[in-house]
Design a protein around this ligand. Structure first.
Ligand code: ATP
Ligand code: MG
Length: 472
């Protein structure tokens, strides 16, 4: 028995698994030369999910199962030597694809609840090969699986825990409301990581369509647990030792990277300057286009990557640049070295730059703030609702995604506003991208205030979050 059609090692080995699985249920392959052809022949095949289709193909050819019946199904699954059907990544995607082509789906029992999310598909979730044969021969039909639950995970942290830091909290609210990128910079222990952890709790939950989109990426990465659909926005926090393949995808198997797993959610890069420079710069393109393409020798794979980048950093190595009492002897020189690890183009993509100052003891002993994540989440939801209405016909979700003509119409300025922005753009030497990003943030600030038109106050606030010239 040979497998042709550019199989990788895992696919080529399926030969052995299939043979063993068939003999485990008492079937022997006919004593003939068997060729399994994976078509199209020039597309490399990776992964273990070809086992079950190969086995069923053989059973069809041997006449154990009716081959005609089989042709109405799309099949994914790995086989154990004992003929058990084991989970394989990408089942949700396969189910949606089957729905498009009006086919049924045969998948591992453990992933039935995941596949069942593609509502219109007949799903056969098989625990093992024998029960599958029983099902197709009509003796013992398998019960169709129910869609898994879609629970919201518990909140990581609440804004009520954060004392002081009013500016940073406001910036967090704006970022959440419009889907803008945010960089927090400040001394150690000021609450940067804590505030970032509050963000998932103030973002609106995913709509059903978005949940399916996000779960699809997670499914391809094999990260969907018990078929539970993800309803909370993804919050990915890769460590700063992450490689380029881990962040943008690729590697041995073309697997989605962190930036894709964070699709429609947050990519939180803590200790930003500690990341490798090339790795950070590889984010430039996905941040702009909302997708990432991994090029292989003979195939290109595109994953969605519409993320909101949240980053945190210390201003210098010791972290106390702005505090003469604590700063090291090399300040402020060392800050330039430390911050130079971040490229200008990356910083230009960040809409909101905030300095998070150390909290004073006087602030820390105060009672918790009256406002927590619930109140902020309500305002964010209201601002998001305005955007959903506004962009309903434009295929855009948030202000951060509005572009070109659309941006010009939704963020139209009056004369006073235009003058202010023009002057500021000149004085702050804003790039064209920077100019448009200020417009988008102004739009969000106006939305948060419930204002129809963008006023000077909104533009002024948006400008205050723009990056200032680097220290040197
Ligand atoms: N503003 C604050 N209000 C209340 N507690 C705070 C505040 N800032 C920090 N803390 C406390 O300090 C802990 C550490 O804060 P956090 O990890 O957010 O600091 P950081 O700014 O990320 O520091 P680093 O730069 O070292 O990463 C928090 O878990 C929290 O208990
Ligand atoms: Mg931190």
């Amino acid at each position: 028995m040979i497998v042709v059609g550019l199989p990788d090692k895992a696919v080529a080995e399926s030969r052995e698994r299939v043979r063993a699985a068939l003999s485990a249920i008492g079937l022997t392959l006919p004593p003939k030369r068997i060729t399994v052809n994976l078509s199209p022949a020039d597309l490399p095949k990776e992964g273990s999910h070809y086992d079950l289709p190969i086995a069923l193909g053989l059973l069809g050819a041997m006449g154990v199962i009716d081959a005609e019946t089989l042709s109405a199904y799309l099949v994914v699954g790995e086989l154990g030597l004992d003929a058990r059907v084991a989970p394989a990544p990408g089942v949700l995607l396969a189910a949606l694809h089957a729905a498009e082509r009006e086919l049924g789906l045969v998948c591992p029992a453990a992933q039935g609840p995941e596949a069942a999310w593609a509502a219109t598909v007949e799903v056969i979730a098989a625990p093992d090969l024998l029960s599958l044969i029983g099902h197709f021969k009509g003796g013992a039909p398998l019960t169709p699986p129910q869609p898994g639950s879609a629970d919201l995970p518990p909140r990581l942290a609440d804004l009520r825990q954060v004392k002081g830091q009013e500016t940073a909290k406001r910036a967090l609210e704006i970022a959440a409301a419009g889907g803008h990128n945010l960089l927090m910079s400040g001394p150690p222990g000021a609450g940067k990581s804590l505030m970032a952890a509050c963000l998932p709790g103030i973002l609106p939950e995913l709509t059903p369509a978005e949940a399916l989109e996000v779960s699809m990426v997670a499914s391809v990465a094999g990260e969907l647990q018990d078929g539970r659909l993800l309803r909370a926005r993804p919050f990915r926090t890769p460590h700063h030792s992450a490689s380029m393949a881990a962040l943008v995808g690729g590697g041995l198997k073309v697997r989605p990277g962190e930036v894709s797993l964070a699709h429609l959610g947050i990519l939180f890069l803590d200790e930003l300057p500690e990341f490798q420079r090339t790795v950070l710069d590889s984010l430039r393109q996905p941040l702009e286009t909302g997708k990432v393409t991994v090029a292989r020798a003979n195939a290109h794979v595109t994953f969605p990557a519409r993320v909101q980048l949240i980053a945190a950093m210390n201003p210098c190595r010791c972290g106390h640049l702005d505090d003469p009492a604590l700063a090291c002897s090399r300040a402020p020189r060392c800050a330039a070295d430390y911050q130079a690890k971040l490229s200008g183009p990356l910083l230009d993509r960040i809409d909101l730059h905030v300095d998070v100052a150390a909290v004073s003891a006087a602030d820390l002993v105060l009672p918790p703030p009256a406002e927590g994540s619930d109140e902020v989440a309500a305002r964010v939801a209201a601002a998001r609702a305005i955007q959903t209405d506004r962009y309903a016909d434009h295929g855009v979700r948030t202000n951060a995604e509005a572009d070109g003509d659309l941006l010009d119409t939704v963020a139209a300025l009056d004369d006073a506003g235009r003058k202010l922005l023009a002057q500021a753009a000149e004085a702050m030497r804003l790039s064209a991208r920077g100019y448009h990003r200020v417009l988008r943030v102004s739009r969000t600030i106006a939305d948060l205030a419930g204002a129809e038109d963008i006023g000077r106050v909104h533009i002024a606030e948006a400008l205050s979050y723009r990056r200032r010239a680097p220290v040197n």
